[in-house]
Design a protein around this ligand. Structure first.
Ligand code: F6P
Length: 322
């Protein structure tokens, strides 16, 4: 193998740059030429490709976002789009492709492998942490810390005014960010898609908290929660508790910012592991870390098998909030 490609795809996440740096440095130290593909699969379709070397990844480990940029490519869903992408791979004689992204990006990589046989390796990069085959995804820790800081700030103002706040965090269809940050922020309730939300129960819990002497309440709502998001839940809840409710949507601030130490280490570790595994002749797999060890998971199992939230954490959340 002489030439490999690397791209970042889907929602960006802090620590992707650490992973790009690790891929480039590990690969060049094995005398491989690395091609960086810009804007994910869009760049692969359009031939937006740059040569990378040791120096081109200097100083990026501490930067948020991704120096290769990202996109949610619609074109890559089509056979014609993938044909163009394969042409680009052939033009640059790219013999192995490392894809840093989430489940949508892995689906794309899996299709590419099936259609042209190019070895593909996935590195889990998404703030959602919803990928089977790894304890944590790159960017999750940073997103949680950003959300936590916001939750602490909201607590200050909620306490000053004796208010109820519903704070919506990201996570797509998963409740990891909500559950972890809710526990860490001492939230009075946490609403996640993995558990059916009963707004009557939420109201009862809140009333109990106030009877026990609480001044304020902060409820963390995962964007994918089945009650329909923070604004809708607040409307229903307001009439049940007879108090005014404020809503804050944290949104994309959770995606940006400097990566935490954890995300820089995870990106570095997985970047090197991806090159090692590609050179060992493996394909159509994702590298992850489970219980402190590098683990390979077949790409399709990263989305067909659901990771599931930790029932122990749900118990802790309930026990400590009530
Ligand atoms: O998958 C990462 C994520 O930030 C989700 O948490 C969120 O639902 C989605 O991407 C937002 O996507 P976009 O930036 O395309 O609006």
């Amino acid at each position: 193998m002489k030439n490999i490609g690397v791209l970042t795809s889907g929602g960006d996440s802090a620590g992707m740059n650490a992973a790009i740096r690790a891929v480039v440095r590990a690969a060049t130290s094995s005398n491989l030429q690395v091609y960086g593909i810009k804007r994910g699969y869009e760049g692969l379709i359009e031939g937006d490709v740059v040569q990378m070397d040791y120096a081109s990844v200097s100083g990026i480990i501490s930067e948020g976002g991704t120096i290769l940029y990202s996109a949610r490519s619609k074109g890559f869903y089509t056979k014609e789009g993938r044909k163009e992408a394969i042409r680009t791979l052939q033009k640059y004689e790219i013999e192995g492709l490392i894809v840093i992204g989430g489940d949508g990006s892995f689906r794309g990589a899996h299709e590419l492998y099936k259609e042209c046989g190019i070895p593909v390796i996935g590195i889990p990069g998404t703030i959602d942490n919803d990928i089977n085959g790894t304890d944590y995804t790159i960017g999750y820790d940073t997103a949680c810390n950003i959300a936590l800081e916001a939750l602490d700030n909201i607590r200050d103002t909620a306490d000053s005014h004796g208010r109820v706040f519903l704070v919506e965090v990201m996570g797509k269809h998963a409740g990891y960010i909500a559950l972890d940050t809710g526990i860490a922020a001492g939230a009075e309730d946490i609403l996640i898609p993995e558990l059916a939300t009963d707004v009557d129960m939420v109201a009862q819990n809140l009333k109990r908290c106030f009877i026990k002497g609480k001044r304020s309440a902060v409820i963390v709502v995962a964007e994918g929660d089945d009650a329909g998001g923070a604004f809708k839940t607040a409307e229903i809840l307001k009439s049940k508790i007879g108090r005014d409710i404020r809503v804050t949507i944290l949104g994309h601030i959770q995606r940006g910012g400097r990566p935490t130490g954890m995300d820089r280490i995870l990106g570095s570790w997985l970047g090197v592991a991806a090159v090692d595994i590609l050179l060992a002749g493996q394909t159509d797999i994702m590298v992850g870390i489970i219980s402190g060890r590098v683990v390979s998971t077949k790409l399709d199992q990263t989305w067909t098998h659901k990771k599931g939230v930790d029932s122990g954490l749900i118990r802790i959340a309930k026990l400590l909030s009530q």
